[in-house]
Design a binder for this molecule. Structure first.
Ligand code: CP
Ligand code: NVA
Length: 305
């Protein structure tokens, strides 16, 4: 693996498959690694978090290290001090950085200025750690890494990372989204380029019903991501027909699994009935964040230490 994990594009197909297998071994208790013994990892969060913060804190602790949580209020990244200065100071005291940021450019700036690993805990462009955990979940449920997934809703950070991972592993990704809310253009082009090599199919369509017809998995996420609060009302109108409800589920194959990265806005992009129903695998996803993040940390840090 590269020094950092900022994007699914940091992985080759071979590395992605190896990371998923390794995550499963970690989950089964077959890996006894204390790669972070005596080490400290800074967790910088410009935005709120439950799952990502707790799983990274727990992962660092279980691997022998100590996490230091730094909220935006503590360091005011880019306001009190530039990203470059914060990173170069941190490098003097800690052995790695996990960062959740508004702008992906912040991660690139951090990565450029330090020799220690930097891990993307969500940016406006991608949520790669989420997606490694989600592919572990889908691999466990289906026995496959070439999955057929329908994404319903906004072409956001989560959608971008799923699209790239599906392209890398040769599956089928269909997003049903309103016009103007497609995945990020450059990442879509990168996914198409990967797809030419792996045989993946990457499609953007408008109709959720058409998207789910042959899907093994349906994924959805909030209509307005963190940082888009001012657009929330407008988005409620734009996305109102992009809802994963029982009627939509009836059109999908009976074995379909439903994913959501959480937190969910119940009653908006997904109904209670589906989120809490028999097809939902959202808590398996949440659990797998811990195992896959340990695998990511071990792979990155073993390379360096
Ligand atoms: N799915 C996810 O990243 O959750 P948090 O925002 O709570 O970390
Ligand atoms: N797309 C969401 C994901 C939260 C885990 C956001 O960026 O807020």
């Amino acid at each position: 693996m590269k020094k950092d994990f900022l994007s699914i594009l940091d992985l080759t197909q071979e590395e992605a498959l190896e990371l998923l297998d390794f995550s499963l071994k970690v989950k089964k208790g077959k890996v006894n690694d204390r790669v972070l013994e005596g080490k400290v990892v800074a967790l910088i969060f410009e935005k709120p978090s439950l799952r990502t913060r707790v799983t990274f804190e727990r992962a660092v602790y279980d691997l022998g290290g100590k996490p230091i949580y730094l909220s935006n209020n503590d360091i005011k990244l880019g306001q009190r001090e530039s990203v470059r200065d914060v990173s170069r100071n941190l490098e003097k005291w800690v052995d790695g950085i996990v960062a959740r940021v508004f702008s992906h450019a912040t991660l690139i700036e951090m990565s450029k200025n330090v020799k220690i690993p930097v891990i993307n805990a969500l940016s406006d462009l991608e949520h790669p750690c989420q997606i490694v955990g989600d592919f572990l979940t889908m691999m466990e449920k289906s026995g496959k890494t070439k999955i057929n997934l329908a994404f319903i809703g906004d072409g956001n950070n989560v959608a971008n990372s799923i699209m790239l991972m599906t392209a890398l592993l040769g599956g089928k990704f269909t997003i049903a989204c309103p016009e103007g809310y497609e995945p990020e253009k450059n990442l879509y082009l990168a996914a198409q380029e990967l797809a030419e090599k792996t045989g993946a199919q990457i499609k953007i369509i408008r109709d959720p019903k058409e998207a789910v017809i042959d899907a093994d998995f349906i994924y959805t996420d909030v209509w307005a991501s963190m940082g888009q609060e001012e657009e929330a009302e407008k988005r409620r109108q734009v996305f109102k027909t992009y809802k994963v409800d029982s009627a939509l589920l009836k059109l999908a194959p009976s074995h379909v699994g439903v994913l959501h990265c959480l937190p969910a806005h119940r009653g908006e992009e997904i109904t209670d009935e589906v989120l809490d129903g028999p097809h939902s695998i959202v808590l398996d996803q949440a659990e797998n964040r811990l195992h896959s993040e340990k695998a990511i940390i071990i792979k990155l840090f073993r390379r360096m230490y």
